[in-house]
Design a binder for this molecule. Structure first.
Ligand code: MSP
Length: 593
């Protein structure tokens, strides 16, 4: 990206001889900050979540997958505001043996189970503010048409053949497992059974005549793709894992099951005795949502970024790109991979009874609070552990005390009686550090704060690009702390508006702090949309001033007009984020248990 490389050439202020003023000017006033031009090169983008199995109700891990995609998508919309440029799909994966069996054991028809659980996902995502533009269900007619068309292409290209396929099949993971990944175990009644080594789920020996995809032909093309585009799989350890798999043998893949065994799925075109493998069916959803097989899909593929959990990496990074290459298409633009949530150190599972209900959490911690927690604490590279006290501690310290406290300090009637964005005084805070004079009040740490907040939007954008949203939030949080120290250092409550000596500096301190808050509010929109709205509204920032293209931090610092100066603040609407650790009966209960 051209602008990134320009910034890299410039280096950081203080390390390359470039003055702070030049540095910030180059960043904000030459071509605008992180605006539309920044991403014009690929104006269209599609974000996808995995489609969720409907065998059980959603849990926090599912919500986490969807939130990561939502935050990426919302951040991009702040960069490229054109509504038509960004699509975001999610949905439910409704076919296959797993669902067929779950429906049978619940005594329901598969469609009944699918309708019920798919509705739960839709409701959860609505409540959690997932801003998807499409929700796909694989039982829809548009999807059957897409899958059968895709199948026809593979067939016509000679990539499917019929053959005897045998091996251990794990219905829970919906895949064949090699002998080395299976172990023998005694069940509760002492009978021996075979289970998947990794998940512990039962497997059964299957021997059938199926359609088989010539996956083995794609080992080298896949290696070439990944070597040529090492950013394709992020974070890097997951890329390494895929390259390692590609060093090993890549056997052909069974892509259908006998309908007598698996009836709940899409029939193979022209052969009703076979049902299409659920993973092939499910992966094609990413094409269905962009209109495939109608020609319109071509203007959206391959601009797609898939957000997935580590357990489904092989399906997305090997099978899916190979199927796409087989059908004459490019692999996806990006595959962003995240790790899992455990609960009090244990894997979340129905049998352990430790599944955390995301709706209870949204209720307890508020939508913005819980979104912030999952995205601030979720580290893609490693599994993360969930427990209630951790949520309370984080939200109280970062949202209620640090951010809410800062807003309160700058807007409270006592300190800001006129209820306006005060004037910035360039004599008190000259743009060149180190100047001395009777009216100069700014200190070295204040310049460090300006530098930190000025470079924050780019830092945050880089973290989003690297799928490290938690680092973006960490960077914001650190700047919030720095701003609180700035306010603490200059103690505006000890300065007097009536004094001609104090007043310009008092106004400047509040102006700088409000500018910092405006940056934080803008950057938090993808993660805490309502809280950010409340914050920006309180500052009097209008809806058209909230994009990254409009985010010109502290323009008065180097002589540009500031549209906010003198503006009335928005109405006071109560605490930004009330503390959680008081008056919450459920928390007392959680402490006791
Ligand atoms: N249906 C397949 C995906 C097909 S996509 C073409 C599937 N569904 S799932 O419901 O089992 O998982 C959906 C997503 O939730 C996956 O990204 C998975 O990694 C994620 N999670 C499931 N459990 C999780 C945690 N405990 N923690 C974080 N994410 C987890 O796989």
């Amino acid at each position: 990206m051209l602008r990134i490389s320009v910034l890299r050439l410039l280096g950081r202020p203080g390390t390359s001889g470039v003055s702070l003023l030049e540095y910030i000017s180059s960043r904000y006033y030459s071509s605008g900050p992180l605006g539309a031009r920044d991403d014009a090169r690929d104006a269209r983008a599609v974000f996808t979540t995995p489609i969720f199995y409907v065998n059980a109700a959603p849990h926090i891990g599912h919500l986490y997958s969807a939130l990561l995609a939502d935050a990426l998508c919302r951040h991009r919309r702040l960069r490229v505001p054109s509504a038509a440029a960004t699509r975001f799909s999610t949905g439910t994966d409704e076919h296959g043996l797993k669902i067929q069996q779950a429906a049978a054991s619940a005594g329901l028809a598969p469609t009944e189970l699918c309708d019920r659980v798919s509705a739960q996902f839709q409701q959860l995502f609505r409540e959690a503010g997932i801003s998807s533009t499409d929700f796909i269900r694989t039982t829809e007619a548009r999807h059957r048409i897409a899958v059968q068309h895709f199948w026809g292409l593979l067939k016509a290209r000679g990539l499917l053949y019929k053959g005897l396929y045998e091996g251990w099949y794990c219905a829970s993971e919906e895949c064949f497992l090699p002998e080395a990944k299976v172990t023998r175990q005694s069940d509760s009644s002492g009978d021996s059974c075979y289970v998947s080594l990794e998940s512990g789920h039962p497997v059964s020996w299957t021997k059938e005549e199926n359609y088989i995809f010539r996956l083995s032909q794609f080992r080298e093309p896949l290696q070439r793709w990944l070597r040529g585009d090492p950013q394709a799989i992020t974070p890097e350890p997951f890329l390494r894992a895929v390259l390692q798999w590609l060093e090993e043998e890549l056997p052909d893949l069974s892509v259908s099951r006998k309908s007598s065994h698996l009836h709940w799925g899409i029939p193979v075109p022209g052969d009703d005795s076979q049902t299409i493998y659920v993973w092939l069916d499910a992966l094609v959803n990413y094409l269905t949502v962009i209109g495939y097989p109608n020609a319109e899909f071509k203007s959206w593929w391959p601009t797609t970024s898939h957000i997935i959990g580590k357990d489904i990496l092989k399906f997305h990074a090997i099978y899916w790109p190979a199927l796409l290459l087989g059908a004459g298409m490019s692999p996806p633009h990006r595959i962003y991979v995240h790790s899992h949530w455990t609960v009090c150190g244990q894997k979340m599972s129905k049998s352990l009874g430790n599944v955390v209900d995301p709706r209870t959490c949204l209720d307890r911690y508020t939508v913005d609070g819980f979104r912030y927690f999952l995205l601030r604490q979720g580290v893609p590279n490693w599994d993360c552990d969930y427990y209630d006290e951790k949520v309370v501690k984080l939200l109280d310290s970062e949202l209620a005390d640090a951010l809410g406290g800062l807003l309160n300090r700058c807007t409270a009637k006592r300190i800001n009686p006129s209820g306006t964005y005060p004037v910035f005084c360039t004599t008190c805070f000259p743009s060149e550090p180190g100047l001395v004079g009777p009216s100069v009040r700014a200190q070295a740490e204040d310049y460090a704060l300006v530098n930190a907040v000025a470079t924050l939007p780019r830092q945050v954008a880089d973290h989003y690009d690297n799928f490290q949203i938690y680092k973006a939030l960490e960077a914001v949080s650190s700047c919030v702390r720095q701003t609180n120290s700035f306010v603490q250092r200059h103690a505006p409550w000890r300065l007097n508006w009536e004094s001609p000596v104090d007043a310009p500096w008092l106004g400047t301190v509040l102006h700088v702090a409000l500018e910092c808050l405006r940056v934080f509010g803008t950057l938090l929109q993808p993660v805490t949309p309502s809280l950010a709205d409340k914050l920006l509204s309180r500052l009097g920032v209008s809806a058209t001033e909230r994009g990254l293209g409009e985010l010109c931090f502290l323009p008065r610092f180097y002589g540009h007009p500031c549209p906010f100066e003198g503006r009335r603040l928005g109405p006071e609407t109560g605490l930004l984020f009330p503390r959680l650790d008081q008056s919450r009966a459920w928390l007392v209960k959680a402490h006791r248990t």
